[in-house]
Ligand binder design. Structure first.
Ligand code: ASP
Length: 328
């Protein structure tokens, strides 16, 4: 947000008006209560699960005055490049054919978005998504096309299936039973939201998706509005867990829109989980977790089951937080 907008928003909130700057520019008065800044709260970075190293890496960029988007990319790369992580990048568990396919996206403070889906052989999926955003007239590249584009941008193709993930797949094949495992399955997928020193927001999400999924399956993580949504006037949200349920309720967009209407990030995350569960009354066998941040730098998080956590780096402190959950 530049100084002009800052002044415009400050003046509006001083008058007790809660109307978003972009909404005003369009001549439409949308309810909007999250534009007041609280510089004490940022920079900050949050990420799904126990992403301690990833947020510490992102923080280094933010601390030096770098952009939220640079912080997100560098932070997510840490998880993608670690072969020990089993649901993202190198070493991610493969689909039922034994092939590792990656989904990732980024969204910046100007509303730009870039994404890769069903991409193989390239570790840094989040960086390829950023290149799609920065270097192409498109927002989403899939499969072979995404891989070829990555190679044309200098990314090195390599086999993403490690000995460990190959072994896990071979063991899975004996029964060939498809059953996502709550929490265990998702705990390396990284959804990350950052706010830079000026209070500008960006987000990223990167994953190898559900283990032993059907070949060709794409989840919520790379899809705008589902796995990630950022509106720099309001806030940002990202998801982890069973992507099919997040996609059906367009979860991250829902959270940002609820914040636009005045909900706190916490209330918005709880409402988005309730929206899923209202439609899935008889099911208790899957996990979804959301994290969100608003323009004031307030944070919210919620999940269906216990076991979800998020990593927060703010005011020089890196901590893992266990939010509340729906199924007590
Ligand atoms: N949401 C991701 C997907 O469905 C998985 C995850 O969070 O681990 O692909």
């Amino acid at each position: 947000m530049n100084r002009r907008k800052f002044i415009q928003n400050t003046a509006l909130s001083g008058l007790g008006l809660t109307v978003g700057a972009s909404a005003l520019a369009n001549g439409v008065a949308l309810p909007h209560s999250n534009t007041e800044f609280n510089p004490d709260n940022y920079p900050l970075v949050i990420a799904t699960w126990e992403a301690e190293r990833a947020v510490a890496t992102a923080w280094k960029t933010l601390e030096k005055g770098g952009s939220a988007l640079d912080a997100i990319e560098k932070g997510c790369n840490v998880e993608e490049e670690d072969p020990a992580n089993s649901s993202v990048g190198l070493g991610g568990l493969p689909d039922r054919e034994g092939i590792v396919t990656l989904d990732a996206c980024v969204m910046d403070d100007k509303g730009n978005y870039g994404s890769v889906v069903f991409m193989q052989n390239i570790v840094q999926a989040i960086s390829v998504a950023r290149k799609v955003m920065d270097e192409t007239p498109h927002v989403l590249l899939a499969g072979k096309g995404a891989e070829e584009f990555a190679v044309s941008q200098g990314f090195k193709p390599q086999n993403l299936l490690t000995e460990k993930s190959k072994k896990a797949w071979e063991e899975w094949k004996i029964k060939s039973e498809y059953k996502p495992i709550i929490n265990i399955e998702n705990h390396d997928t990284i959804g990350m939201l950052a706010m830079d020193k000026d209070g500008n927001l960006s987000g990223g999400c990167t994953t190898s998706g559900l283990a032993f999924k059907m070949h060709g399956r794409v989840g919520d993580s790379p899809i705008i509005g589902s796995g990630l949504f950022v509106d720099n006037e309001v806030g940002a949200a990202t998801a982890t867990g069973l992507g099919e349920e997040v996609l059906k309720t367009v979860g991250s967009f829902l959270i940002v829109e609820l914040m636009r209407q005045g909900r706190s990030p916490q209330q918005a995350c709880e409402d988005a989980i309730a929206r899923i569960m209202d439609k899935q009354k008889d099911r208790k066998d899957f996990q979804v977790g959301y994290i969100a941040v608003n323009k004031k730098g307030e944070i919210g998080a919620y999940s269906i089951h216990e076991g979800f956590s998020y990593q927060l780096y703010q005011k020089g402190k890196n901590e893992n937080i266990k939010p509340g959950f729906y199924l007590k």
